[in-house]
Design a binder for this molecule. Sequence first.
Ligand code: SF4
Ligand code: SF4
Length: 311
Amino acid sequence: MYRIRFHGRGGQGLKTASRILGTAFFLEGFEVQDAPRYGAERRGAPIFAYVRAAREVINERGIIRQPDLVLVADDTLVLIPAAGVLTGATAHTVLLISSTTPAAVWKERLKFPGPVVTLPEAAELEDRWELRFTGAACTGAAARLVGVISRNSLAQAIRDELTPLREAVIARNLEVALEAYELLADHAGGVTEGQETPADAYEKPGWIDLPFEDARISAPVIAVPATSEKVPTGLWRTVRPVIDYQHCRRCAWICSTLCPDGVISVNAAGYPQIDYEHCKGCLICMTCCPSHAIRAVPEHEAAAEAAGGNL
Ligand code: SF4
Ligand code: SF4
């Protein structure tokens, strides 16, 4: 059985990547499981998704603990312990990182026990609007690394899974995934199926008894308030909400209250103002504005408009 784990940030298309890879395996005659796991469900937060694929019935369930392949769409996650990127890696595990740092450096830095491969093309995307295609690049890379998925099945899986999207978006996903597929031709078949783990070989979780009083004392304390301001969450955004003040009715509380990050303030004249340093681009404000006064603008267009003084 192949056990594959994708790691990335919300908005990078990792959930879709796992679905596409699962469908591509299915088209090749495999039994498949694929599922995403979220922590905080928000753009930019670490997420992972996993795929199991086997020629026979899959009885194994739950999170993949001993992966044959780990794909990391965002190399900043590697050093975040909570993201669990390296969990369960063995000498059999292949690690693929979307990164401009050479594979040998990652191997040494992480003391990674198995082979490490990088996908620099995906990491070099300068336009943040393009970051949403990182998942497609990882899918193409995974399909090539396992060596049992043909180019045609990969392309068919992308079309099947992305059917509701615009043709231009499907075409770009195809282009990015097939580029990665070609790029890793030298590594075809580098990932092999892991051994079946018998049920009685699983270790029970190491439960810790935590008396109530200890739990109360050891609960996290925010010693220095307002530090979240220092995290520029605006970098997570691929789409920017832009307020059309001609149509804004200054109802004020709707967008500023419902913004989950509290980044819309209201000025003395009653108009809402968005703090783009911290707006993460979830577009909840656009969805809830009763006057349809907020539109979504792709970041690359917004940057061009701002440079021309139109925003
Ligand atoms: S919800 Fe819409 S109309 Fe109301 S203040 Fe915000 S932008 Fe203006
Ligand atoms: S301003 Fe709008 S898009 Fe930005 S974080 Fe708030 S609700 Fe989301």
